[in-house]
Design a protein around this ligand. Structure first.
Ligand SMILES: [Cu+2]
Length: 175
């Protein structure tokens, strides 16, 4: 029981540690996602270090939307080949990998007016090592457990075979 409790506490602590590591960024801060002054979003992103697992939030009214596009379409404000389209007006997007993410507004003219932002996400494995070593002990038991399960079941089969052999011998002796 105590062991189970400890494991549960450990899992909860790990979950909260993990949750506390992710940062949520509201794109454009108080201005949200709109037609900005020149280079506004570039500057907004410039002083931030986005990490895998962080979340960016686009808040905007129904005169805008959010398209994720590739780099070329980002550079040229091509709105016809979106990788992802967001239109809720309050879109939370988890940055699931390292590398670049390119977003722009798909409403004609808005991207050209500067409503675009590129997000560079760094692999935070340089920062991550402190948490991962803790999950590891909890994760390790799962594979050994599988192995134990497998060897236990093969032992079970062997035991059954052995038992049958004993029975057969006993039967032949008695017969
Ligand atoms: Cu727009």
């Amino acid at each position: 029981m105590d062991c189970v409790k400890n494991i549960m506490v450990l899992v909860l602590v790990m979950a909260s540690l993990h949750a506390s590591m992710a940062t949520v960024y509201k794109v454009g801060d108080a201005n949200g996602w709109t037609i900005p002054v020149v280079d506004y979003y570039k500057n907004w992103a410039a002083d931030k270090t986005f990490k895998v697992g962080d979340v960016i939030v686009f808040e905007y009214n129904n005169h805008h939307n959010v398209l994720e596009v590739n780099q070329n379409d980002y550079d040229t404000c091509n709105v016809t080949a979106a990788l992802q389209t967001y239109e809720s007006g309050n879109d939370s997007i988890a940055l699931s990998r390292s590398g670049y993410f390119y977003y722009l507004c798909g409403i004609p003219g808005h991207c050209l007016a500067g409503q675009k932002v590129d997000i560079r996400v760094v692999d935070d494995s340089s920062n991550a090592p402190s948490p991962p070593p803790r999950p590891a002990p909890a994760a390790v038991p799962s594979s050994p457990l599988k192995n134990n399960g497998a060897s236990a079941s093969s032992k079970g089969v062997l035991g059954a075979v052995f038992g049958l052999a004993v029975l057969a011998v006993a039967y032949s002796v008695s017969g």
